[in-house]
Ligand binder design. Structure first.
Ligand SMILES: Cc1ncc(COP(=O)(O)O)c(C=O)c1O
Length: 412
């Protein structure tokens, strides 16, 4: 079991009060809080080392480069990437997917080809493929979501066709919490020679992830959802795929040699990192990864499974609540979407804020999934390693209170 009490001491923001109440931060699927070690890594870098990387021969630049590339090594190890050069830094998950849709997609996807997605994708893993398919005259197909919030995998064999060029799907739904069986999907796709991109924005922060075990071709994720700073995303891809891809952005750093009329690209991973990178935030993501590894991803997953069980149990007691996503905590994460009869999720969000509870209300960048669920919006409570079962109970109590408030309003 995680010592939540001790872990919380590492996150200064959790001592805050909001509207006079202790902060209950349940918006982790949007972005996580940062431990002191991550904040200190940023401060240390700017107070002691700040210099540009890969350029100067002076001490500060050499130190900055060592810290930046050292962070890459740690992040590569964290996801089981065989070589640090297969880990590329971007701004966020969204940019990582756009990198693939441009640098890989424009080359490999042509008229009449198909890209297979799922109905539970975040807009970030949908809109770039819409743009690509419109540009190239290709078609998008979707693995349906069932009533219980899982993927209808019995349809997979018929959805994978001769024309399918890529399967791109989320590892964990940011709305339903569903953890998708990536290995099974990768096996089916690879049997037909089709590469798979895994959107790990929700998976990597919460589950032990090893790219060799998943055998995925691309993995993308964001630093800010896994205790790191905003402004850093990661793209992992198999080396042969990256070698064969052309650059996404062009300019300084991504070249080995430049003439007036042409250039030769740099080696991996720098071929995909044009211009001065987000040095400080990458280094701080390294500190976030160290922190997660120290706690242990298996332990974090076990804690969140128990939290999900407790939260679902407490929320089920509320009359008029609709919970979305799988019921079994073993196949889902701790992002829990719900609606309460007669209360708009935005009103719910505001009332809960008055109780010091931060959660998200809206379409969660999954408008097609909202339509499938037959709602415009949901409220979403999403937990992380520093959340406690007590906080799940506080949420349930606050929801009861919100119902009473709205009941009173309705009777007037
Ligand atoms: C499943 C999923 N994919 C992609 C994203 C996009 O992440 P970012 O905004 O960091 O690019 C998110 C963010 O909420 C997400 O939950």
């Amino acid at each position: 079991m995680l010592d939540v009490h001790r872990i919380r001491k590492d996150f200064p923001i959790l001592e805050r009060r909001v509207h006079g109440k202790p902060l209950v931060y349940l918006d982790n699927a949007a972005t996580s809080q940062k431990p002191r070690a991550v904040v200190e890594a940023l401060v240390d870098y700017y107070t002691r080392t700040n210099a540009n990387v890969h350029r100067g021969i002076h001490t500060l630049s050499e130190e900055a480069t060592a810290l930046y590339e050292g962070a890459r090594d740690r992040i590569a190890r964290f996801i089981g990437a065989p070589k640090p050069g297969t880990v590329i830094f971007t701004r966020n998950t969204t940019e990582s997917i756009n990198l693939v849709s441009h640098a890989w997609g424009l080359k490999h996807v042509g008229p009449g080809d198909e890209i297979l997605l799922t109905e539970m994708e975040h807009h970030s893993n949908l809109v770039p493929w819409q743009v690509l398919s419109q540009t190239r005259g290709a078609k998008l197909k979707f693995i349906p979501v069932t009533g219980s919030g899982t993927l209808a995998l019995e349809e997979l064999p018929s959805l994978l066709s001769e024309r399918t060029k890529l399967v791109a799907l989320t590892q964990m739904s940011n709305v339903l919490g569903t953890i998708n069986p990536i290995q099974e999907i990768v096996r089916a796709a690879h049997a037909k020679g089709i590469p798979v991109l895994v959107d790990g924005a929700q998976g990597v922060p919460h589950l032990p992830v090893n790219v060799l075990d998943l055998n995925c071709d691309f993995l993308v994720f964001s630093s800010h959802k896994m205790l790191g700073p905003t402004g850093v995303g990661v793209l992992y891809a198999k080396e042969a795929i990256l070698e064969e891809m052309d650059p996404f952005l062009a300019g300084g750093d991504m070249i080995r040699d430049v003439w007036l009329d042409h250039s030769v690209w740099n080696d991996l991973p720098w071929k995909f990192e044009a211009g001065t990178p987000n040095i400080a935030d990458v280094i701080a993501l390294g500190a976030a990864v160290d922190y997660l590894e120290k706690i242990g991803m298996d332990e974090i997953r076990a804690h969140e499974e128990a939290l999900t069980r407790a939260a679902l149990g407490a929320l089920r007691q509320i009359e008029g609540i609709t919970l979305y996503g799988p019921e079994d905590p073993a196949i889902r994460g701790a992002a829990i979407s719900f609606n309460v009869n007669g209360i708009h999720p935005h009103d719910l969000g505001q009332l809960l804020d008055e109780e010091g509870i931060a959660l998200r209300a809206g379409h969660h960048c999954c408008k097609p999934l909202m339509r499938k669920l037959g709602v415009a919006a949901t409220a979403r409570a999403s937990f992380y390693l520093y959340n406690s079962e007590e906080e799940a109970r506080i949420l349930a109590q606050a929801l009861q209170k919100a119902k009473e408030v709205f009941g009173v309003v309705a009777h007037r």
